[in-house]
Design a binder for this molecule. Structure first.
Ligand SMILES: *[C@@H]1O[C@H](CO)[C@@H](O)[C@H](O)[C@H]1NC(C)=O
Ligand SMILES: *[C@@H]1O[C@H](CO)[C@@H](O)[C@H](O)[C@H]1NC(C)=O
Ligand SMILES: *[C@@H]1O[C@H](CO)[C@@H](O)[C@H](O)[C@H]1NC(C)=O
Ligand SMILES: *[C@@H]1O[C@H](CO)[C@@H](O)[C@H](O)[C@H]1NC(C)=O
Length: 397
């Protein structure tokens, strides 16, 4: 009896040794690193990101190889082309029998009736966009009628170019026109615009506020399909000021493999006032707090996160607010979005008349600033890239 127990003990010990060694082997790191990695909390990450010089040794490329290790475990394969060819989406009338549903505003009803329709066919695709190694993919949410914003972006921060050997590419994400009368004419103009620039992605869903989350998941799926090897992605609105050079500088000093950085809200509450654009009835989300999320105006993420976020998104019901939804996906894959001072997507300062709002030296030191219309953007871009004399004080990066 005693001998038998001894033998069992021995087997268990050997088993654990093997498991521990395998874990270390899989991580491909030294045992010491295993522990420092897990003990590094968000505070450390924050201070690491906030430092004001970006030393080169642990650069951009080191971060990239590490990131690939973490995604190697994702085995699911996705199609190599857009595999949704027809719309097959009927309203879920089952909901109309539910008491809480009947009390909702019409736009919420609309959202909920079609919430289960996840993917739509593409009207305009540019599958070649990511050929070659792209270092920074700039992704802009746009709508069909606002070609002036797209034009201003193409002339400024969305200009496709190479900076210090790093390749930048730009795409615009669109749905279909909201108004019937807009559809035919604007669609022709958009086709023409795409013939010239080849930077439009358009899907066959209505470009409404509540369909922005659809845009988010379509972007995740498209990037997983056609753009797997991109190093970093900047995703943002079409009415912001962005400095791609500052973004590249920032990324050069970065070595966090799961990088997701932006204007992060850590303890946002769902808005319960009905007049508000972001109002959420309790029947749709009952918790008091949202998971941490980055303002959709502009954020950066590591390319390898995209596929993991897509998988996570497919485990969740669509949520009407796109940036909150992405926060929910990040929570699923346990990646913490990092707050960075260079992202001002919720406005620069509370005081709308503050001098900061028109201060080129301030813009020059930022990564993303909300919010500028096309003329203002072109003007500010010119100012920022002219011979500015700035005092050190404004450079808060
Ligand atoms: C659409 O869905 C219905 C039922 O959900 C199914 O019977 C039909 O074959 C589908 N059509 C296409 C084109 O996928
Ligand atoms: C509606 O209810 C029927 C019957 O309970 C169910 O089979 C169907 O899947 C439901 N439709 C949706 C879109 O959930
Ligand atoms: C989203 O787009 C689909 C497809 O065009 C449409 O049926 C649905 O009503 C839209 N949802 C909202 C909330 O606008
Ligand atoms: C900016 O300064 C540089 C050198 O200091 C000069 O060569 C250039 O012409 C100036 N550009 C403008 C737009 O003034």
């Amino acid at each position: 009896m005693l001998q038998w127990k001894k033998r069992v003990c021995k087997s268990i010990c050997i088993f654990f040794c093997v498991v521990i060694m395998l874990t270390i082997f899989q991580r491909g790191t030294s045992p010491g690193l295993l522990f420092t990695e897990s003990s590094m909390d968000s505070e450390d990450v924050l201070t690491a990101v906030k430092r004001d010089t970006y030393p080169v040794p642990n650069g951009f490329w080191a971060a990239k190889t590490e990131a690939q290790v973490t995604t190697a475990s994702v085995t699911d394969t996705y199609s190599s082309e857009w595999d949704v060819k027809s719309i097959n989406c009927t309203a879920n009338w089952n909901l109309t029998h539910l008491g809480w549903f009947t009390t909702l505003e019409p736009n919420y009803k609309q959202f909920l009736l079609y919430r289960h329709c996840r993917y739509f066919p593409m009207i305009i695709n540019n599958p070649q966009k990511c050929s070659g190694n792209i270092d920074l993919l700039i992704v802009v949410k746009s709508i069909i009628t606002q070609h002036d914003r797209r034009d201003a972006i193409r002339k400024t921060w969305g200009k496709e170019k190479e900076v210090k050997g790093k390749k930048i590419r730009t795409i615009f994400l669109l749905g279909t026109a909201m108004k019937e009368e807009e559809r035919a004419n604007y669609q022709k103009l958009l086709d023409f615009e795409n013939q010239i620039y080849g930077d439009i992605l358009q899907w066959d869903f209505l470009d409404s506020f509540f369909n922005l989350t659809l845009k988010e998941v379509h972007f995740l799926k498209w990037t997983t399909t056609y753009c797997q090897d991109v190093s970093y992605i900047f995703k943002g609105d079409d009415d912001v000021f962005v400095s791609p050079n500052n973004i590249l500088d920032f990324l050069e000093g970065n070595n966090t493999p799961d990088l997701f950085v932006g204007d992060v809200l850590y303890k946002a509450r769902p808005i319960r006032r009905k007049e508000n654009k972001y109002y959420i009835p309790e029947s749709m989300y009952s918790k008091n707090l949202y998971p941490p999320y980055a303002g959709g105006g502009g954020f950066i993420m590591a390319g390898p996160l995209v596929k993991r976020l897509l998988k996570a998104s497919e485990t969740l019901d669509l949520y009407p607010i796109d940036d909150v939804f992405l926060g929910m996906c990040l929570e699923v894959i346990k990646v913490k979005p990092i707050l960075h001072e260079g992202f001002k997507t919720f406005g620069i300062v509370r005081n709308k008349n503050s001098k900061m709002n028109k201060e080129p030296c301030f813009y020059r030191s930022m990564l993303v600033v909300h919010k500028l219309l096309p003329d203002e953007l072109l003007q500010m871009w010119e100012l920022v890239h002219s011979n500015l004399t700035c005092s050190r004080k404004v450079n808060i990066l």
